[in-house]
Write a protein that binds this ligand. Structure first.
Ligand SMILES: [Cu+2]
Length: 363
C-alpha cells in the first residue's frame, strides 16, 4: 500500500513541478523552431509513458496485494494483449523518431544560397574564416599551420585561399536573415560548436570537416559554448555571435586581415610577434590584466618571485619561462592544477619573442 501511494505521489509531484515551475527555452533566434517542436514532442510522449506506467504499477500494487487465500493466474499466451502492447509501443516509437527524420534531412541539406563561414576550434578558443569575394574557402591542412604567419593552416598555393578573411577572436558577426553554413574543423581535440539560441550544435572532430546551417532571425548577441569536454580550460572556451544588419556586418568584416602567402614578410617588432603568438596560443588560459584564469596571469609576472606547489620559490626569468613553455609540468605554481600541454614546436626565436612580450607586461 505504502509503495502504491508513493508512486501516485511521485506522478502528482512530477506533474505539479512541471506546471508550477516550467522549464523555459532560451529565446529562439534562428529558423530552427522545428527543433523546439521535436523536443516538446519527445517530452510529451515521455511524460505520457511515465504517468501511465507509474499509475499502472501503483494500481497493481494496491489491487493485487498479497492475500494468502488468493492464487495467481497463469496466462502464458495472450495474443490480444501482445498485439495491443506492440501497437502502442510502435505508435510511440514512430512519434519519437519519424518527425525528427524530416527535420534532420533539412538540417543536413543547407540551402543553395547559404554563405559559408569556417569555425576553427582549438584548446581553448574559437576563430573564424570568411571566404572573401570568391565565396570559396582556400584548402587548409595542419601541415601549413604557422603560429605567426598562417594560424589557420591555409594552403599558400591555393588561389581560393588568398582572399580569405581571418577573424582571430571569439566574437563572430553574422548578417540577419541570410542562411549561413558553418564548416568546422579542430586543430587538436574534440570540441562542439553550440549556440543555444540557434538550436544547433555539432562536434568538431580532428581530421574531419563537419557542418551545420541556420538562418539568424533576430538581431542581438548570443553565447557560443563549447559543448564537448576538451581539456582543463573547457569552461573558458566561449564566444559570442552578434547578429546585425548587412551594412554593420560588412563594416565589421572589413577590419580583419586577408590571408596572402606573400604577406608574411612585413617587419614587426619582436614584442609584437610575441603578442601574436600569445593571442593564438596562450591567452585563452593566461590573462594579461591580472584576472584569474586557468593558468597564472602574465600581468607583473616577469621578475616576480613565484611560489611553487612544493612550497619552494623561483624567480620568473627567461630560463623559468622557457622551461614553463616547453615543459610546463616541470614546475607547477601553487594554487594551479597544471596540465598545460607543451609548446615544444616553437623555435628559439618564437620562444624569445614570447618571453620579451611577457616582460613588457611587467613594465
Ligand atoms: Cu572545446
Amino acid at each position: 500500500m505504502a509503495i502504491g501511494i508513493a508512486l501516485i505521489l511521485l506522478v502528482v509531484g512530477t506533474l505539479a513541478f512541471h506546471f508550477w515551475s516550467p522549464w523555459t527555452y532560451s529565446e529562439l533566434a534562428s529558423n530552427w523552431g522545428q527543433i523546439d517542436s521535436m523536443l516538446s514532442l519527445t517530452f510529451v510522449v515521455s511524460a505520457i509513458v511515465f504517468v501511465v506506467i507509474n499509475l499502472f504499477v501503483a494500481v497493481c500494487v494496491i489491487r493485487f496485494r498479497y492475500d494468502k487465500d488468493r492464487k495467481a493466474d497463469f496466462d502464458p499466451e495472450n495474443k490480444k494483449m501482445e498485439w495491443i502492447l506492440i501497437g502502442i509501443t510502435t505508435v510511440g516509437v514512430i512519434m519519437l523518431l519519424a518527425p525528427g527524420l524530416f527535420v534532420y534531412s533539412e538540417f543536413v541539406n543547407p540551402p543553395e544560397e547559404a554563405h559559408v563561414v569556417e569555425v576553427v576550434g582549438q584548446q581553448f578558443a574559437w576563430s573564424f574564416r570568411f571566404p572573401g569575394e570568391d565565396g570559396v574557402l582556400g584548402l587548409s591542412d595542419m601541415r601549413f599551420v604557422n603560429i605567426i604567419s598562417n594560424p589557420f593552416g591555409i594552403d599558400p598555393d591555393d588561389p581560393a585561399g588568398h582572399d580569405d578573411i581571418l577573424v582571430q577572436q571569439e566574437e563572430l558577426h553574422l548578417p540577419i536573415g541570410q542562411p549561413v553554413k558553418t564548416q568546422m574543423r579542430s586543430k587538436d581535440v574534440l570540441h562542439n560548436f553550440y549556440v543555444p539560441n540557434f538550436r544547433v550544435k555539432m562536434d568538431l572532430v580532428p581530421g574531419l570537416v563537419t557542418s551545420l546551417w541556420f538562418t539568424p532571425t533576430k538581431t542581438g548577441t548570443f553565447d557560443i559554448a563549447c559543448a564537448e569536454y576538451c581539456g582543463n580550460g573547457h569552461h573558458t572556451m566561449g564566444g559570442k555571435v552578434v547578429v546585425e544588419d548587412q551594412a554593420s556586418f560588412e563594416n565589421w568584416l572589413a577590419q580583419f586581415p586577408v590571408f596572402k602567402s606573400e604577406d608574411s614578410q612585413v617587419e614587426v617588432s619582436i614584442e609584437e610577434i610575441g603578442s601574436r603568438i600569445a593571442q593564438s596560443a596562450c591567452l585563452s588560459c593566461h590573462s594579461i590584466d591580472g584576472s584569474p584564469s586557468v593558468g597564472p596571469t602574465w600581468l607583473g609576472l616577469y621578475g616576480k618571485q613565484e611560489t611553487l606547489s612544493d612550497g619552494s620559490t623561483v624567480s620568473v626569468d627567461d630560463d623559468y619561462l622557457r622551461e614553463s613553455i616547453v615543459d610546463p609540468n616541470a614546475k607547477i605554481v601553487q594554487g594551479y592544477a597544471g596540465g598545460m600541454s607543451a609548446f615544444a614546436n616553437l623555435s628559439d626565436d618564437e620562444l624569445n619573442a614570447l618571453i620579451r612580450y611577457i616582460e613588457t607586461l611587467s613594465e
